[in-house]
Design a protein around this ligand. Sequence first.
Ligand SMILES: C[S@@+](CC[C@H](N)C(=O)[O-])C[C@H]1O[C@@H](n2cnc3c(N)ncnc32)[C@H](O)[C@@H]1O
Length: 441
Amino acid sequence: MALLTSIEISRIRDLARAGDYRAAGEALNAIESVDGATTEVLQLGAEIVAMAGNHRGALEILKKLVGRSPKSARTFRLAGRSFEAINDFVNARRAYLEASDLDPSDDFSLAHAANMFEATNEFATALTLAKRLESRAPSAQQRFDLRLMQASCLYHLGNDDESFAMIEPLLAQSPEDPRLLTLQGRVLMRFGQTDRAREIFQTALQHAPESEKATLRNLIDFVDGNVGDGLDTKVTESLFDRYAAKFDSHLVGRLKYSAPELISRVAREHFKSRSFDLLDLGCGTGLVAETLADLGGGRVGVDLSEKMLREAQKKALYFRLHQVDIRQALNDTQAESFDFITAADVFNYVGKIDDISRNAWRVLRDDGMFCFTLELDESNPNSTATATPSMRILHGETAVRALLTEVGFHDVEIESFVMRYEAGEPVNSAMCSGVKRRALQ
Ligand SMILES: C[S@@+](CC[C@H](N)C(=O)[O-])C[C@H]1O[C@@H](n2cnc3c(N)ncnc32)[C@H](O)[C@@H]1O
């Protein structure tokens, strides 16, 4: 690169940093007209476009560089940042890892890759990377953040004692860090120390950014045993928006998720060769519809997460998809509109299911079936809803059987099965179903 060009590039970057994207773009075009679309020009173009907030545009520019030789770590680092900014954590992770492979001294990219592994629930990998990075992190703040990541991963992997032991000294350094306090509260909740956990969540709430407050309010309610409507819908939405891109491969491939197959089996046994119209509550990426794809009938899916719905849309298996709360969807649906209403791995986010069950009965046609999974509260079969520190909501088998019977369902079945594995441990669950048979007049 000519010296003049390199000076000009610094000037362009300064213009962009000052927010004058138009002037930066014009100056860059002037260089491009002389030097052509060199790697530096395209990288700077992508950087400016990303600074202006157009991350998809930045990725389009960077795409032109991916096949170019020699590969540049900077290209992948920029791509990682833009993928991260649009919440595509799986591609962000890939891009950061590629950057770090190309430039082994690029710990910025490796640290971001670790963040992306944590954000996509790959806690064992995030933990390994965080440990590796901590030993060579140059600043105290970076070491702090990497230890916090390790403590969080350990908690998610079920190593509560180790997690707790890491949190204590970090809190001595930064007693008001809301991430640390939230994590400590969750560990204490698992230890059954609810009073201390509540106090800590309340302190965390005072220091937390706006985006984290809904989660903390949920945790304060949960620690007090108030499950209410379950997770705040914004919390659920952002949880699954972040999970969507890797949902199928992670849940089915890694965690051996089996609910859709079992639901398909129950539906086929009930409807035999009859076609049926399906309402898929919390349809996610459409795994349930996939298992029923060879059957006739209309299929409607509803979900809170736009990104999950986008994945479902790609499979083209639903007649209609709506971004809406399942409770609202049921309220807004006319009586006797569907034959099969299902909810696979959904009710562990919504608290009590009384109104949902009543409404499902109303919305079903005669001989229709309501079929859903639950995570069981084995210590309290009479529980209508129990929240765990991991913010999942469990239900008691006896309470659900009584509810379905009281609502009017016949042939109520509650079958235990392992829905998936979490940190290598089976998640004991139940497949529940009931049939709507109108009493003879
Ligand atoms: C674990 S996923 C299961 C997805 C799908 N049922 C399957 O079996 O693959 C749970 C889904 O329920 C959705 N969900 C949770 N609570 C919801 C609510 N109140 N209203 C609508 N969707 C909800 C989430 O957005 C997420 O897509």
